[in-house]
Write a protein that binds this ligand. Structure first.
Ligand SMILES: NC(=O)C1=CN([C@@H]2O[C@H](COP(=O)(O)OP(=O)(O)OC[C@H]3O[C@@H](n4cnc5c(N)ncnc54)[C@H](OP(=O)(O)O)[C@@H]3O)[C@@H](O)[C@H]2O)C=CC1
Ligand SMILES: O=C1OC[C@@H](O)[C@H](O)[C@H]1O
Length: 382
């Protein structure tokens, strides 16, 4: 290993679905995506029970030979990994540099706080926190402890995100006129137990917090970062939520944001009972043509540039398949963390705190304007 390679020793907090996906991606050979300056190791797994942590670790050690993530097992990236029956032991482990937090939404604040207080850098799953007050407290703590902190909005780091931004921001489709982004997926929640994190109010369930980060990330990348917008936060013009009949969290949410500098309105939608359109989860409608992204918004691979008839220089519709690399695409955000830590940064320029704050404030405002069971709930900050 060359001395210029940055090694990050990860502690994984919780053993659920996304912790599994993220851990597998840490074990993919970074060279397969030309990330030759990065090494990821997993040195600790924390769970509410030791059995679950050990089972998680055993499963990683047993990854099938034909999967890209097997590389890490065979190359010692899991060597000496500890399985702990608590999260605190991971916060305290001196062999951990950075935590990955994959717990339900309501725990993000306390897990991130615990990690920062233990001197760890933290990558926390979306939505960063339950409300802005929690987030602001965590940002202050990261500054005080001089530790890196980032919301794990993995879509931002995928090659397609840079490609789409480049096309729209280059102006080759003309001015943006209208924008919509949707993450709707029929989860058939009536089959869930009431304790399921998507529908349980006590776990800060509901569509806006779970699915909302994805229409939001495309809005931020395409419109907020548009050169003509000059990073002006949009105004929330309206929002509406409908209730999921069993638990009164939001089943469907729609919101409209006004980007005054662009003279563009953005419509954002989420639903966990209605399937989103396969061929259209993000539509950027411009003067001379549209850029349409296929479902799913969290990891799309295909987009289309469709010119309007007889205007502009682009004459033919074209479909693009974005570059992909072996693994599940969560490794891009992990590489960002490693590079930021190497460079002594506390926040990422690609996923800065201020942008998490802007999106979190939409979620707060939408919740307060709605009528879900979480309407008047506050987070745990203060
Ligand atoms: N980036 C992405 O694409 C995705 C992100 N997510 C995000 O990841 C987070 C977790 O989602 P997901 O992995 O699907 O959730 P899971 O329910 O699969 O896992 C959550 C884990 O959190 C731990 N946990 C701690 N306290 C509780 C509790 N009271 N009830 C349930 N679990 C608890 C458990 O681990 P243990 O028992 O080991 O302590 C559990 O396995 C959420 O923030 C979600 O928004 C989810 C899916 C995709
Ligand atoms: O982040 C996510 O992306 C995929 C969804 O199915 C999941 O509920 C959500 O948490």
């Amino acid at each position: 290993m060359s001395p210029s390679v940055q090694t990050i020793r990860w502690g994984i907090i919780s053993t659920g679905g996304i912790s599994t996906a993220f851990s597998r991606d840490l074990l993919v050979n970074p060279a397969t995506r030309d990330a030759n300056d990065i090494e990821h190791r997993i040195t600790a797994i924390g769970s509410r029970t030791k059995e679950s942590a050990q089972a998680f670790l055993d499963k990683l050690n047993d990854l099938p030979q034909d999967e890209a993530c097997r590389w890490g097992v065979d190359h010692g990236k899991l060597k000496d990994c500890k399985a702990y029956g608590s999260y605190q032991e991971v916060y305290d482990d001196p062999n951990v540099d950075c935590l990955y937090i994959g717990t339900p939404h309501n725990f993000h604040y306390e897990n991130t706080k615990g990690g920062l207080q233990g001197g760890k850098h933290v990558l926390c799953e979306k939505p960063f926190t339950f409300d802005l007050k929690e987030l602001d407290e965590l940002i202050a703590l990261a500054k005080e402890k001089k530790r890196f902190l980032m919301e794990a909005v993995w879509t931002r780091f995928q090659p397609i995100a840079y490609e789409v931004q480049q096309i729209v921001h280059s102006g080759k489709l003309g001015k943006v006129k209208r924008f919509s982004a949707d993450f709707s997926t029929d989860m058939k929640p009536d089959n869930f137990p009431l304790s399921h994190r998507i529908i349980a109010p006590e776990l800060a369930g509901g569509g806006i917090l779970d699915l909302g980060p994805y229409p939001s990330v495309w809005t931020m990348m395409v419109l907020y970062h548009h050169p003509d917008n000059k990073k002006t936060p949009p105004k929330l013009l309206q929002s509406r939520q409908t209730l999921y009949h069993r638990t009164n969290v939001d089943e469907q949410t729609t919101l409209t944001l006004g980007f005054e500098a662009l003279n563009v309105e953005a419509d954002l939608r989420t639903s966990f009972t209605c399937q989103g359109l396969a061929g259209n989860c993000v539509a950027v409608q411009c003067e001379e043509g549209d850029l349409i992204i296929d479902f799913p918004p969290y990891k799309p691979t295909t987009y289309h540039v469709v010119p309007h008839a007889d205007v502009g220089k682009i004459k033919e519709a074209k479909t693009y398949h974005a570059k992909t690399h072996p693994g599940g695409a969560m490794h891009y955000e992990a590489d960002e963390v490693a590079r930021c830590v190497r460079d002594g940064k506390l926040e990422s320029e690609r996923m800065p705190w201020e942008e998490s704050r802007i999106v979190q404030s939409w979620f707060d405002d939408v919740r307060r304007a709605g009528n879900t069971v979480l309407k008047d709930r506050h987070g745990k900050a203060g």
